[in-house]
Write a protein that binds this ligand. Structure first.
Ligand code: 5AD
Ligand code: SF4
Length: 534
């Protein structure tokens, strides 16, 4: 059967899709690039903001029309929308055949098998199948801590012909779920409670990826620095370690900046986040870049920062969202820190980690956000040398505390204005941060062809926004701009700064894929650096 799989949303979803894909490939399914060529269409969905859901709804609608017109197709909705809408989606959207939440992805082949036998034998539309709507966090957690999801992670295909396809960069999950319950966020509701993978599983996965030519791994967790595994607590009867439900936030309730934050209690043998980073760095020397996202700004131990500072292949990069610069809004968001505490963390991080790059996220227009609250956010962006920030308009999410308790009272045009204003301030900040790198010679990683075939861009010209999302792939070589050739290769520094280097031909640019090269930085703008090979 030919499968089309489309992914919406975050890096966690991209990894989930990769695992689903390699799982189905090993069972004899094949994958196609266009929905029109497929008999099974799978959407791996995201519920973090309404916009992401709407995109998925429009795709689901198109498949519905094809089915109405008589095409025999299986439509599966995977991921957070499946979890959030549950059986309601099957009732309201008869074109959906399969629902499979993020905590059930290991069972997708079984669901597809069921569905195929139904559609093969009879055209009945009533017997659709679902494994989701598992809104009971406790059940979801226990299941996740048992073996289903871990088996999916462990079954990752290392066959380059399958999932990796010669990629030099890969994601590795270290933690599932989230315990934070920020009041705006659906993630704790859709992905369940925090569950940590055994360190041996993670290190082994990194080794196997490195054996296949991967030189960069990005460790994934919603609050990645909360990683903590206490040995000997959860074992199979054969004595093998199992994923472990997180210890809860009390484990981190030590004074901010305290050297012991996140370390084990007396007598426990615990692998902390710092220990895990160190193990991967020491035990997988073939990995040239070890990165991690997303950090929760509280509870980041000095130990982890020191490991970053002392380990040359751990990237000096933090994505640590502040979300707001107003203490009142941070409290309403249940973020658990004040602006002063965020600034203390940033200060500590910059002191301990040389050449640190810092990125983050902000939400504008959170309910009750006043002009003064927003100004405080602008001040924070002016004070902290963020290299970039992802800026989102608040999107009320059913099921969250903010949705239930605080009316979405900031008008959309105000949200939009604040979004643009903060982007403009961030652009100035990014330009300053980038300018400080001019004249340095840095290793730059050229990740894949997708990032290479881009038109030349004059520094800072015609580009708005503070993220690389504004860069559209070029299909034609663009005319020469500012002395830079017809093509340019785009890579990233260890601190995740984007660097453009001229390439005479597409073949020259392609030849760089998967390599790390030294580049002398000659120019900078708000979105990227430019340089020449050293
Ligand atoms: N509305 C807007 N942005 C949100 N985010 C999470 N939930 C919402 C929401 N309801 C943003 C946060 C988070 C990022 C992944 O998405 O900034 O860090
Ligand atoms: Fe959502 Fe907050 Fe958890 Fe991040 S830390 S996933 S924003 S609840």
């Amino acid at each position: 059967m030919r499968v089309y799989l489309e992914t919406f949303g975050c890096q966690m979803n991209e990894l989930d899709s990769e695992l689903v894909r390699s799982n189905l490939l090993s069972l004899g399914y094949s994958f196609v690039d266009r929905p029109d060529d497929a008999s099974v269409i799978l959407f791996n969905t995201c519920s973090v903001r309404e916009q992401a859901e709407q995109k998925a709804w429009s795709r689901i609608g198109i498949v519905g029309q094809r089915k109405k017109a008589g095409e025999k197709l299986i439509l599966g909705v995977l991921g957070c929308m499946a979890e959030r809408d549950g059986l309601d989606m099957l009732r309201r959207h008869p074109q959906v055949d399969i629902l499979c939440g993020p905590g059930e992805l290991d069972r997708l082949p079984h669901l597809l098998g069921n569905m195929r036998s139904i559609t093969d034998d009879r055209p009945a539309r009533a017997d659709r199948v679902a494994l989701a709507g598992n809104s009971n966090r406790r059940t979801a957690t226990l299941e996740a801590a048992q073996d289903g999801l871990e088996a999916l992670d462990l079954s990752r295909s290392f066959d380059p012909a399958h999932s990796l396809a010669g990629k030099a960069s890969a994601y590795v999950r270290i933690t599932r779920g989230c315990n934070k319950f920020c009041t705006y966020c659906v993630v704790p509701h859709t992905r369940g409670a925090e569950v940590h993978r055994p360190p041996d599983h993670i290190v082994d996965e990194c080794k196997r990826l490195a054996d296949q030519g991967v030189i960069e791994v990005t460790l994934l967790g919603q609050t990645v620095n909360h990683y903590r595994y206490t040995h000997g607590r959860a074992l199979t009867i054969e004595g093998l370690e199992l994923p472990q439900v997180g210890p809860g936030l009390s484990a981190f309730r030590t004074p901010l900046g305290g050297a012991s934050a996140g370390s084990g209690a007396a007598g426990d043998r615990t692998t902390t986040f710092a220990d895990l980073l160190f193990r991967i760095h020491e035990e997988v020397p073939a990995l040239q870049r070890i990165r991690f996202v997303t950090s929760y700004p509280r509870d980041f131990s000095d130990e982890a920062l020191k490991v970053m500072a002392q380990s040359p292949r751990i990237c000096p990069y933090l994505h640590a969202p502040a979300q707001s610069g107003s203490d009142r809004i941070l409290k309403l968001m249940n973020r658990g820190y004040t602006v002063t505490q965020y600034l203390e963390f940033v200060d500590r991080a910059f002191k301990i980690v040389p050449d640190l790059s810092l990125a983050g996220d902000f939400i504008v227009g959170f309910p009750t956000e006043t002009d003064a609250d927003f100004e405080a956010t602008c001040d924070l962006v002016r004070r902290v040398p963020f290299k970039n920030n992802f800026i989102f308009k608040y999107s009320p999410r059913p099921g969250t505390v903010a949705y239930d308790r605080i009316p979405d009272d900031v008008p959309d045009e105000v949200k939009r204005w604040r979004n643009n204003r903060l982007l403009a301030i961030q652009s100035e900040r990014s330009a300053e941060v980038h300018a400080s790198w001019v004249g340095r010679t840095l290793p730059v990683f050229f990740q894949d062809t997708r990032s290479i075939r881009r038109a030349p861009i004059a520094a800072g010209a015609a580009l708005v926004g503070a993220t690389i999302e504004g860069l559209a792939p070029a299909t034609q070589p663009a005319p020469e701009v500012n002395g830079i050739g017809s093509w340019q290769a785009i890579g990233r520094t260890a601190g995740d700064l984007i660097v453009a280097v001229p390439a005479a031909t597409v073949a020259d640019a392609d030849a760089l894929v998967g390599s790390i090269r030294l580049v002398r930085i000659t120019e900078s703008g708000d979105l990227l650096l430019k340089g020449q090979f050293a």
